[in-house]
Every structure is written in structure tokens, then in C-alpha cells.
Design a protein around this ligand. Sequence first.
Ligand SMILES: Cc1cc2nc3c(=O)[nH]c(=O)nc-3n(C[C@H](O)[C@H](O)[C@H](O)COP(=O)(O)O)c2cc1C
Length: 187
Amino acid sequence: MSLDLQRTDQVHALLANRFSPYAFDPSGLVDDHALHLLLEAARWAPSAGNSQPWGFLPVRPGEPDHARVVPHLAPSSARWAKDAGLLVVALTRRYVEDSDILYSEFADYDLGQAVAHMGLQAQAMGLATHQFRAFDLEALAAELRPNPGWEIVSMIAIGKAADEPPARRERRSAVDLRTAPWSTPPA
Ligand SMILES: Cc1cc2nc3c(=O)[nH]c(=O)nc-3n(C[C@H](O)[C@H](O)[C@H](O)COP(=O)(O)O)c2cc1C
């Protein structure tokens, strides 16, 4: 099932027009105000028990921490992510520090919602996003040394897209979303 990008009557234009670019314009800077709004959007995401088990390291080209992150990108993501005006390292807090006690069984679920909020805020500001896992997780964690209980999950490249949206974006059908989990769909 495909999404026709010309038909904005399908879903909201922010959703219909979003795509993950494979090229960013290095001149597309993300200023302090834009960064503030992106973090604000993440901040207001819902979470289990309002636990808010998310954390972020935002880094921009020219900043010292950007130079600490970029060497750990995989070759596949380095091609485009290093040109983004902003890279965000996304972390979740699964465990209470220095213990095996689960902080929240929904930590990753909640982080995903916060990142989705950030992505739609970016889209509303004319910025494109590309979430990715193509980096050396162990090496990045060793470099950044998050506090106990915190785990790096993913990264988000944010900036000015430098490639065209694909003509069609393929997705499973809405019917399949309702039927796939069941051998006999509940009546
Ligand atoms: C958790 C997560 C990890 C992802 N990892 C990668 C990745 O390592 N490399 C990549 O090119 N895209 C990655 N993506 C982007 C997806 O491939 C992309 O969202 C999907 O193909 C749908 O395309 P669209 O975002 O343009 O609609 C990731 C997305 C998510 C949510």
C-alpha cells in the first residue's frame, strides 16, 4: 500500500510529507531557537506514569561533541548524517541507576514517542529528520559515558533535506494492521 504524496487529504500534511532523506544540505544550520523547540516538543510527549525516561545529546557541526560523535557513525549513515545541521543521540532510562530494578517497562516505547514528537516539530519548522541505528553503539557509549541506568538507543539527523522525497512511500495496508496479529480477528 503506498502513500501518494500529492494527496494531502489522506493524512495530515506533516505526516504525508515527512520522509527520511539520504542527503542533507550542510548549509542548513539549526539555530539555538530551533533546537530549543525540538527539545520542547520531545518534553511534552506522553509517557507511562509521566516517567519521561528519555535523554538527548544534541550536537551541531563545529561543536566539540559533534567531533566526538561523528567518528562512530557507520559508513552507511556517515554519508549523509555528518552533513545534517543537528545530530541528536537519543537515550532511554530502562533501569534505576546501580540496580537491576526496572525504571519503566515502557522506557523504549516512551522514547520513541518523544522522538516522534521531535520529528513532527522539525517537519513543522521545515526541517527534515532521519532516525538511524547505523552507528557503533558500544564505541559511542564508551566515548560519551552516559550515567548508569541510561542507554543509547538511536540517533536522529535533523536539517535541510538535499534530496527529493520519494515518489511513493510503501507501507503495509491499514487492513493488515488490524488483521495480522490474529489468526481469527476478534469480532
Ligand atoms: C529506530 C529506527 C532505526 C532506523 N535505522 C536506520 C538506519 O540505521 N539507517 C537508515 O538509513 N535508516 C534508518 N531508519 C529509517 C527507516 O529506514 C525509515 O524511517 C523507513 O525506511 C521509512 O522511510 P521514511 O522515514 O522515509 O518514511 C531507522 C528508523 C527508525 C525508526
